[in-house]
Write a protein that binds this ligand. Sequence first.
Ligand SMILES: [Zn+2]
Ligand SMILES: [Zn+2]
Length: 140
Amino acid sequence: MFELTGSTSASEPRAGGCQCGDILYEVTGIPDDPHLCSCEHCTLLSGGPAMTWVGFRKEALTWTGPGGRPVWYASWPTLHRGFCPRCGSHLVSLAEDSEMIMVTTFSLKEQGGLEPVGHSYRQAAVPWMSVTLAPCPPCP
Ligand SMILES: [Zn+2]
Ligand SMILES: [Zn+2]
């Protein structure tokens, strides 16, 4: 667990959502393990060199938008990723055995205090990606 200090305190809710505004959410609590991931799923699904993730406790996330909940896609049998069915924004990922839900950092309105502290699958990242962060254990 990483306890982070930022402009937003842990108890203040953070608002997030998709690009079209149908799927919105609110999370509370201490953000956990903000990191980049360059696994083959994150790069393909994002179309970029990495996705940026931050974890919160599952029960700390509430869906608040007019579209309700995201649609789920299992990129791995035990890992489900949630998208907006209308605009396709990738919002969350949920591993079956985890107490945490991972949120795409940039689906949050404010990213203060959520700078990545690690990079999963850094060895798989494109060489031109010059971000240098400590390696961390892979997400599945
Ligand atoms: Zn949307
Ligand atoms: Zn990944």
